[in-house]
Every structure is written in C-alpha cells, then in structure tokens.
Design a protein around this ligand. Structure first.
Ligand code: CA
Length: 327
C-alpha cells in the first residue's frame, strides 16, 4: 500500500507503460531516493524515476541473499567449494596467461600475485561466473524489498548511478551478482568507484571484460586496505588447555601480540616475531576444531569479504596455486 501518491507516479505511467510487478518508481521510499539523487548529485529526476520504473523485483535475489554458503556450512565443507583441483589448475592457467600484468601490478601495488589470482578464482572462477543479474534489479530488489539491509543496498544503488555516469554506461546494462557485485573481482558499486583502476590507460576502468584492469583493481583494493607484501597471512596455532572463547574468531584488526597470546596458552606452530599482532581463529574440521593465527594480511582479506572462512579459502587457494605452478 502506498502511503503517499506523489507526482512522480504520473510520470511513471507514461515513461514505461504498464509494468505490472513492483514499479520501484512508485515505491514509498522512492521519492526520498530520487530527491537525494537530484539534490546531492544533480541527476535529472525523470531519468532516475525512469530507471527505477524499469528495474525489476527478482524473487531469486531475495532467496539468494538469505542463504550464503559461509553462513550455513562448516569449514570442512566450505573449503571444498573453493579448493577443488579444477579451480587450482585454472588458477595456474590464469596466472600464466596474465603473467606480465601480474608481475607489473604486483610490483606497483605491493601485493602478492597469488592473492590476486586467488581472489579472482574464488569470486568468479577467473571470470567464468561474473553474475547475470542486472545490477539495477539486484540493488532495487534488496534496497527496497529487503528490510534487514535496505539502507546498505539503497546506498549501493545511489553509487551505481554515480558509477554509470562516471563510466559513461547505461545503468540498465550493467550485470553482476545477486548482491550487485560486478566483474572479475566482484566489486559492489562503491568499491568500483573507489578502488577500480584503469591499468591499460584507455580511459575506462573496465573490470567486466578487461583482465588487466581487473587485476590492477583487486591489487589496488588490497593496497588501500593495508596489505603488507611478503608478510604472513595465517599460521597454525597450538592451544594449551581451555582457551578464552572471547579471544576466538574476531575479524576485527588483530590487536594481541604473539607474546600476549603465549601468556594465554596460544603458540604459533611455526616461527613468528613476538611483537607481531594476530587473531586466534578456529575452523571446524570433521575431527574437531583447528586453530590458526591470522595476521594483518588476514584482516585485509576480510575487508573484501567479512567471513573468516572466505579469508582462509582465499589464502589456501593462493598457496595451492603457487604449489601447483612448481609442478
Ligand atoms: Ca582500461
């Protein structure tokens, strides 16, 4: 039920004819959204209303957001999704095909090429699955019809229109995941605007079709979030006695040093400097919990995706690809 019947509704009727299912230009939150685009970003109101009217509500998107793998699977199952032999071999091939770019980008941004390759491998299987939803459908469906995160996704919708203007694209043409993530590295619109890079200098940061731009963009994201080249990501931990549960599984920036963790009965399984900060993490294996220490670079991976399972999968895939390259 619409609380207000505002003038835009009249416009909508002539703009798109009859769109029976959920015309987002008539949504009760639409007016405030359009006003913001006009006042803050100088968009044309009719243009924004027209885009909203042409967006489609997709039940599949609402279904998908309710069941991400990292929320429902224990580590020993989650890892199988990303650490299969195909993904490792495809990673070796992707590295070989893009070696020149990876070397240059890695030097320029100070990010290990294996991590860049692994991110693209986990996100889209090296560009094979970049998402076939229209980003506008994803962001309107979630921004207007998914109350738990509507504010976040409406903000991304705003960013999408800004991105489209900057990249001289039609926002109705852009494709991505059910959550509006785009291209090889699956950047949401705000990340795209802030971190995507035009590596080949043709004037467009194209992470949909240009692997060079995509590789530089992932590296730039990591650099901007504090990746430290050559520093550890994870090491296994040995835990003596009962661990204080409040110490475990924080994805905040690590603050406890190895020296402090030692006092709590936590010991790195391989040599690490005593003043290095780490987070203690547990991962559920079939035969019980496995403890790990995650360092600053672990934290940086969680800036890409907050799941600690995701961070471990990316790192283990990067290690597996490095190993397979030697073979
Ligand atoms: Ca480019």
């Amino acid at each position: 039920m619409m609380k207000k019947f505002w003038s835009g509704a009249i416009l909508a009727t002539y703009m798109v004819g009859s769109q029976a299912n959920a015309d987002y230009s008539r949504h009760e939150e639409a007016k405030a959204f359009v006003d913001r685009m006009v006042k803050q970003h100088k968009f044309d109101a009719k243009m924004v209303e027209s885009w909203l009217a042409q967006a489609e509500k997709k039940q599949a998107i609402l279904d998908a957001i309710s069941r991400p793998a990292e929320k429902t699977k224990p580590w020993f199952e989650y890892r199988k999704i990303f650490l299969d032999n195909d993904r490792i071999q495809q990673g070796v091939a992707f590295w070989k095909e893009n070696e020149k770019t990876l070397i240059t980008v890695s030097e320029r941004y100070g990010v290990d090429p294996a991590i860049i390759v692994a991110i693209i491998g986990v996100e889209t299987r090296y560009g094979r699955h970049m998402g076939s939803y229209r980003v506008i459908d994803a962001l309107t469906t979630l921004g207007f019809d998914y109350p738990p995160r509507s504010e976040f996704f409406r903000k991304q919708l705003e960013e999408l229109f800004l991105l489209a203007r900057e990249q001289k694209q039609n926002p109705l043409d852009l494709k991505g995941s059910y959550a509006g993530a785009m291209g090889y590295g699956q950047f949401i619109p705000s990340s795209y605007r802030h971190y995507a890079r035009d590596f080949d200098g043709d004037g467009v940061a194209d992470i949909w079709t240009n692997k060079n731009d995509a590789i530089a963009s992932v590296a730039n994201y990591f650099k901007a979030h504090g990746w430290q080249s050559g520093q550890p990501v994870f090491v296994r931990a040995k835990v003596k006695g009962k661990v204080d549960e409040s110490l475990v599984n924080s994805t905040a920036r690590p603050t406890m040093t190895i020296a402090e963790l030692r006092k709590k009965g936590v010991e790195p399984a391989s040599s690490v400097a005593a003043d290095q900060s780490a987070s203690l993490l547990s991962y559920v294996q079939e035969d019980g919990d496995e403890y790990w220490l995650g360092f600053n670079n672990f934290y940086v991976i969680t800036r890409y995706n907050r799941s600690q399972l995701y961070a471990m999968a990316v790192w283990q895939l990067s290690e597996a690809i490095k190993e397979a390259r030697k073979a």
